[in-house]
Design a protein around this ligand. Structure first.
Ligand SMILES: Cc1cc2nc3c(=O)[nH]c(=O)nc-3n(C[C@H](O)[C@H](O)[C@H](O)COP(=O)(O)OP(=O)(O)OC[C@H]3O[C@@H](n4cnc5c(N)ncnc54)[C@H](O)[C@@H]3O)c2cc1C
Length: 477
């Protein structure tokens, strides 16, 4: 990057507010995906006004800008594939104001999810989406990806809590959109448009979130099955009862084996597991609902049913479920778990069909695929366990992924339930959203006419997804 531009940036954020050190640049070229590309400068603003000034400079020199939260995204959305500026938001991390009477909180975009909830807990409230990356991901990153997690089936995703927000446009204009009211019917909802925009429409600097109370009581039930289809049927049957659980996590046999191997057997060895949580204000409600879960699980052929309110046991199960992704990398020597088709969504009734199809596709392409996820909202994660230095494995993996996405779209689903599009879902996202693409591109053009905000991602992706890989596979690096 030219010295003149670096000096202009230093004039806005000071010496402490940016870096061009090669080691820093290399580090900010990663997120949690399979991709990597080094930026030209990393800038860490402290205020919305600083973000605005940086965007004015970027527009003047036509420099790509990638807003970045904590880099926990799994699909390459925060990887600066065209170089340029990474705008890292971690210094804008304050919970600015909690208005209990009005049921909202104003929070800066760089605040970590768990830190926000620690503050809200003082008032008896919480922000429920609960992503698996809760200890690390930022509120801005969650809004930009419309993140959610195990509680989405009952409480919703990030978008459902965003009342308003402040963002900076590509040309530096500061926009405050939405309201601080629970109801709002005043025209277009720009705040909602920003949810899931993945840094392509503006830099989110502050968010107003709706508050919710945390239920006082909960219980969980671990249900074991011979097959993953039986587990899928259990989930559909619980919802059809009707009973909306607080969460319902599915794990197939590959996931169970990986966790038991890596973590010293915290789970029963079987074909599939569901961990179902119910919550409510009283013990009566929770006892009634957990009984329904037990009955439904038995009626669809569960081979073990373990209801409990024991917090330590529940924490052990939750911890085991959250460790699937990392445990998979220890499944086979020399192999890693990679995120390719990692986050599909299908209608809940289609979960059994989808998981069966994933297994058939894995067999067809001779790849190891683990299926797990927040299955009560139809959100299924698959991870492939491959040797990342082996071109042939990558090629078979990508062919399998295309078929997995086709199945999900045919079943009325989506290529991403919560992680977003980024790079790894781009070609199949364009397939899924074919009839919306011209409108999507018109919105992008109106808000970012020079195409400097996170360029080259999602609908702008061209060619196959393998390229800029972080792994040592020469053909695809
Ligand atoms: C172990 C693990 C478990 C996970 N579990 C879940 C889960 O259960 N549910 C889930 O939804 N996701 C999950 N994820 C994915 C990821 O954590 C989420 O997508 C999260 O919301 C990303 O937040 P981040 O701050 O890390 O954003 P980043 O990864 O830094 O960025 C993600 C996208 O948001 C954009 N962005 C970030 N901040 C801003 C901003 N201030 N303004 C504009 N754009 C911005 C970036 O440009 C990028 O496009 C998981 C990831 C890991 C590693």
């Amino acid at each position: 990057m030219e010295q003149e531009i670096i000096e202009r940036i230093e004039g806005v954020v000071g010496k402490e507010g940016y870096s061009v050190e090669p080691a820093v640049l290399y580090t900010y070229g990663f997120d949690a995906s399979i991709f990597h590309h080094t930026p030209d400068i990393v800038v860490q603003p402290r205020t919305t006004e600083q973000v605005s000034e940086i965007m004015k400079i970027a527009t003047e020199y036509k420099i790509p800008v990638v807003p970045r939260g904590s880099g926990t995204g799994l699909c390459g959305a925060a990887v600066p594939i065209k170089g340029g500026i990474v705008l890292a938001m971690q210094r804008m991390n304050k919970v600015k104001r909690v208005s209990v009477a009005d049921l909202w909180v104003d929070v800066e975009a760089g605040c970590i999810y768990n830190d926000l909830n620690a503050e809200l807990a003082k008032y008896g409230f919480f922000f429920p989406p609960s992503p698996g990356s809760a200890e690390a991901c930022q509120i801005g990153g969650m809004v930009a990806t419309n993140a959610s997690g195990m509680r989405a089936v009952k409480y919703g995703a990030t978008r459902d809590f965003v009342l308003g927000l402040t963002f900076v446009k590509a040309d530096g204009e500061i926009v405050r959109c939405g309201t601080r009211t629970i109801k709002d019917a005043s025209g277009y909802q720009l705040a909602r448009l920003m949810c899931g925009s993945e840094g392509t429409l503006g830099v989110i600097t502050e968010v107003t979130l709706k508050l919710t109370t945390k239920p006082k009581k909960s219980a969980s039930c671990l249900c074991g099955f011979d097959t993953v289809e039986d587990a899928g049927r259990c989930i559909s049957a619980i919802i059809a009862k009707p009973l909306i659980p607080a969460s319902c996590e599915l794990m197939d046999s590959v996931s169970i084996t990986a966790v038991n191997k890596a973590r010293g057997n915290p789970l029963p060895d079987c074909g599939a597991l569901c961990i179902v949580e119910v919550d409510g204000e009283t013990d009566e409600v929770v006892d009634r609902d957990i009984k329904i879960v037990e009955e439904v699980a038995r009626s669809v052929g569960a081979i073990s049913v373990t209801p409990t309110k024991d917090k330590d046991l529940i924490a052990k199960w939750t911890d085991a479920r959250k460790s699937v992704m990392t445990s998979l990398s220890a499944l086979k020597p020399g192999c890693s778990s990679v995120s390719l088709a990692d986050d599909m969504g299908v209608p809940v009734s289609q979960v059994p069909k989808a998981v069966k199809a994933f297994q058939e596709i894995a067999d067809k392409y001779r790849v190891t695929i683990a299926t797990y996820g927040h299955a009560s909202d139809g959100n299924l994660h698959t991870k492939m366990v491959i040797d990342p230095t082996d071109k042939d494995e990558w090629d078979r993996g990508v062919a399998a992924v295309d078929e997995i996405f086709d199945v999900c779209i045919e079943l009325g689903g989506t290529v991403t339930g919560e992680h977003g599009v980024g790079i790894s879902k781009a070609p199949n996202y364009m397939k899924e959203r074919a009839s919306e693409l011209s409108s999507i591109r018109a919105i992008k053009k109106a808000m970012d006419p020079d195409n400097i905000l996170n360029p080259g991602k999602a609908d702008q992706w061209v060619g196959p997804i393998l390229g800029s890989l972080r792994y040592p596979c020469k053909e695809y690096m």
